[in-house]
Every structure is written in C-alpha cells, then in structure tokens.
Design a protein around this ligand. Structure first.
Ligand code: NOJ
Length: 544
C-alpha cells in the first residue's frame, strides 16, 4: 500500500462556534481559532478538521449551508479563512473542510429558486414527490424527528429532508448538481486546503421512494466520479461519515484501488450503549467485551484494503469520560486510558476539542438550557408520545449533542476565557478546575498524555504501520493487544473498568515501559495488578 501523510498525522476537530470568540459576541470565530494555533502546535497535531464555517442560517449550526463559497458572518470573512489556512500552514497544520452535500439550507439560492420557480433547472437539484392519497409519499422519517417529507402548497409536491425541514436533500441523480458540487470543491482545493470530511456521505445515493437512504446503488459511482473531478490527483485527506459502514462496506470507500476516499468514520462502537430495538436516546449499559470485539474486528479486517479512523468524540457525541469512563474521581485516569488505547491502534487518530483536557458532559435540568435542534425536536416528540419529562432529560444528558458543544474551557476567568460576552451555550460549571491553563501547568495532566502520544506517533513508525494482534487470555474488562513492526513489538494493556483486576502475561515478562497513565507503575507482567482504568504500553521481545 502506498504511504500517505494522512496516515501519519493526528487530526484535531474544531467546532468553530464553541472554540474561541475574538469579538465578544459570544460565538466562536475564525480570528479566535487563529489566536489558538500556537496551542494546537504545542499539542502537536498536524491537521484540523473544521466543522462548517460557510454562510448558514444556523438551523443546525452550520450543517445547513446557504452559500458554500462564503463565510458565516459571525465567524468572520473569506480573508480570515485564507489567513487561517496560511497561519496553520506556517505551523505545518493542514485544514480539512467539512463538506455538507447531502443537503443544503432552504435559504440556499438553489432551493429558493427551486421553490419559487417549479420550472427552473434548480428544481431537480432537490428531491420532490407527489402526495400519495393526499399524504406524504411514504413513511420515511427525519433524523431530527417527524416525517422526512415537507409539503410545498404552491406546487402541491413534497420535498425530502432527512434532517430538519430547513435542510432539503440534494438530488445526486442530477448531473448538473453533481458538477456544481465538484466546482465548489475545486474552489476550496484551490485555496490550499488539506481535504474534506464528508457529512453523512452514505446518504447521497438515496432512493427515497424505494425507502432506501444509506448505501444506495449509485453511491460509489458518485464518489468515484467526485474523486476524478476533484481531489483524485492530489494527496488530500478525505474521510466520509458513514454510520452504516461495516468493514466490508468501508473497503468499498477506502480500498486505494477503487479511487474513492482515504477512510471513513465508522460508528459501531458508538452504537453499543444504545438499545438495539430503540433510538439513540434509548440507553443500555456498555459491554466491554462487545467494545473490544468491534475494535478487534476493524483492526484486523481492513488489511491493505482500507484505513481506519480512530475517535472517541465529535460534535454529535457525548464526552467519552462521562460516557464510558468516570468523570468524577477517576476522570484523569480514565481519560488517559482512553487516549492510550485509541492512539496505539492502527489508523488515523482524531481528537475533538476539549477531549485533550478531559472535558465532561454538561447536565441540564430543563429543555430551556438546550440549543441542539435534534434534542429539542425529540423532546417535543416524546412529550407528545407520553414519555416522562425526567426520562427525556435523562436521555439528553446522556446522549444530547450539546454535551460536546459547550464552549472550550481555556482558563478559570469568567466564561472560561472563551468570550468576554455572553456565550451562545452555557459554559460547563467545572471550568474553574478543568481548563487548558491548569492542564498546561500540571505535567501529570491529561493534556500531556495526549501531547506525548501525538509526538510519539511522529517518531515511531510502529504506531502507524505496526500489525495489530489481539490478546485473548485476559479478563473481560481488559483490552490487550500488540503492534509489531520492523523487528519491534509493543504490548498495550488497558483496564476499561473502575474495578481493579490482574492479568497474567508471562510471555511478555521481559519488557520496558513506553507510556503509562499511573506514574508509579510496578511492572510484573507474569502477575500484573491493574488499578481502575490503568493502562500502559511496554516494549516486548518480538516473536521469531
Ligand atoms: C452529521 C453532522 O455531524 C451533524 O452535526 C449534522 O446535524 C448532520 N450530519 C446533518 O448535516
């Protein structure tokens, strides 16, 4: 397999609205991001994935784009964007843009034209269908509650919106629409960006009247066409969001011989604490053996026919310490354990803003404190369906997207140093102790474990290319694996539980420590005691 920079980089995701405000309006912005590039350089990352910064009415915080070639006024100007690309480049950091082309905003000029003039060539850029028996064309549901069809009284037709009513779906069967998307992508490539993160890309082949949304028949034809028309002859990072992917499907996207994408985000790990018969709001406890099994499957099945992405968090997911670890007394230990386990696996690691200082979920007691459209719509839908308000709020506190969207905690000054104004979403009250300034000042903080992992990746090809092998003979709560490369072998051992345990790995007895999350590790692999959430990596003798 040919080697690429995007396999060796570490990516840091910025949710611009919540990262750093520079002008006191309570909303993060591009100059704010520029002012924090030195911090990101200290962390050592090589790539930023920037959630959408394009012009948008913000029904879904920028994932509803009304102009792909302009910057959202609250975030700054195109000149700021160009400065960000240049300033990042000066620090060896590439900018990966979010590409949201399953849908636009209903305020995009294309949709406004389509709505106002049913005879316009833009009408077919979207998905329209006639009523059936005076009702919606079928039962398709929006991810943000309710029907996926919205009636347009003027034309007597419905349009499709797999997300909010203000996010009409684009019709990828229309070749002009596809060309317009490719031209827009080339506009950004010409600005010197490092690639694209492709929003819900598994939906673009949809055939809604056949009830097909994900993995439609022409999905991969479109991606091959896109690759040829845009980034195919450039070495860019392209990562597709693919909730529906399993390893076989992931190979269709990322097998280099197919000329589609670099990699996909898969979410099998993220579905494990969800009731399989329910929605994301219907919870069940995480099974650690199930989590290990998913990781092992992905680590071993892609082979040379694909490349993994590795992540615990993003702007749609809860904070990992609150979700799978301990956000109280063992927050530091559990956060470092998650970091070590993830960054030691094979694939490109992603860090979501604030993860590197162990930011936690922010609980709410009323829907008035919630901004996210998905949570708000679900609240109304479930209230109407007779759910108890307390249960709905419990689901929002566990899974709601605002958990990850509270402002970045920079220091212990008012609003955590995020803004001098009123933040658009309340700062987590724990910012007085959990913040960047405190983390930088404490050499035992979570930040320095991340910093160490990111730095190690640059000088240890074993972390990037090493063969992964799972170790079975360990207790259920322990995940242990080796990586092997060029005569070297590393052993990773992690206790995923809040209870102590022991592992017996006499074959690895002769070893030396590479990284650990408890400062006073006493190594005895023949009979190794593991404290709550303890994790370490040791160099061991390679097999013959
Ligand atoms: C996935 C994005 O990550 C999410 O934030 C957004 O709401 C939907 N796609 C719709 O664009």
């Amino acid at each position: 397999m040919e080697k690429h920079w995007w396999q060796t980089t570490t990516v840091y995701q910025i949710y611009p609205r919540s990262f750093q405000d520079s002008n006191g309006d309570g909303i993060g912005d591009l100059p704010g991001i520029i002012s924090r590039l030195d911090y990101l350089q200290e962390l050592g990352i090589g790539t930023i994935w920037l959630s959408p910064v394009y012009q948008s009415p913000n029904d879904d915080n920028g994932y509803d784009i009304s102009d792909y070639e302009n910057i959202m006024a609250e975030f700054g100007t195109m000149a700021d964007m160009e400065r960000l690309i240049a300033e990042a480049k000066a620090r060896d950091i590439r900018i990966v843009m979010d590409l949201v082309v399953n849908h636009t905003s209903d305020e995009h000029a294309w949709f406004m034209d389509a709505l106002a003039n049913p005879n316009s060539d833009k009408r077919d850029y979207y998905v329209w269908a006639d009523p059936v028996d005076g009702h919606e064309p079928n039962e398709l549901k929006s991810s943000f509650s309710g029907s996926a069809w919205q009636f347009d009284a003027a034309s007597g037709q419905y349009y499709l919106h797999l997300f909010s009513k203000k996010q009409p779906d684009l019709n990828w069967e229309n070749p002009q629409l596809r060309q317009a998307v490719y031209e827009m992508m080339n506009f950004w490539i010409d600005k010197g960006i490092g690639g694209f993160r492709m929003d819900v890309i598994d939906l673009i082949g949809k055939q809604p009247l056949e009830n097909t949304t994900v993995n439609g028949p022409k999905l991969h034809d479109y991606l091959q066409e896109m690759n040829q028309a845009t980034f195919g002859d450039k070495d860019l990072l392209t990562v597709g969001e693919a909730w529906s992917a399993n390893p076989e499907i992931a190979k269709l996207y990322s097998n280099p011989t197919r000329h589609e994408l670099s990699m996909v985000f898969q979410f099998e790990t993220m579905l494990l604490d969800q009731d399989p018969n329910g929605e994301k709001w219907d919870l069940r406890p995480l099974s650690i053996p199930a989590l290990k099994a998913v990781f092992v499957k992905w680590q071993t099945q892609l082979g040379d026919e694909g490349w993994n992405s590795l992540f615990w968090e993003n702007h749609d997911l809860p904070r990992v310490v609150s979700r799978f670890g301990d956000d109280g007394a063992l927050r530091v230990e559990s956060a470092k354990m998650f970091a070590i386990v993830l960054h030691m696996m094979k694939g490109t690691p992603y860090i979501y803003e604030g993860e590197e200082i162990g930011m936690t979920n922010r609980p709410v007691t009323s829907i008035d404190e919630v901004e996210d459209i998905e949570s708000r719509n679900m609240y109304q839908e479930r209230l109407a369906a007779g759910y108890k308000e307390a249960d709905i709020l419990a689901s929002i506190n566990a899974k709601g997207r605002d958990n990850a969207r509270t402002p970045m905690q920079w220091d212990d000054t008012p609003h955590a140093g995020f803004t001098t104004g009123t933040p658009w979403l309340g700062v987590n009250p724990n910012y007085k102790t959990i913040n960047v300034a405190a983390a930088l000042a404490d050499k035992q903080s979570i930040f320095w474990t991340y910093q160490q992992l990111v730095a190690m990746r640059k000088t240890n090809p074993i972390m990037v290319w090493g063969t992964f092998e799972n170790i079975d003979q360990v207790p259920d709560q322990v995940f242990a694996y080796t990586r092997t490369y060029a005569g070297k072998r590393w052993l990773v051992v992690a206790n995923f539980a809040e209870t102590a345990t022991t592992v017996k790995l006499p074959d690895f007895a002769d070893s030396s420590v590479i990284i650990q999350n408890y400062p006073d590790l006493a190594l005895n692999l023949s009979d190794q005691a593991l404290r709550p959430y303890e994790a370490f990596v040791v160099e061991v003798a390679p097999t013959e």
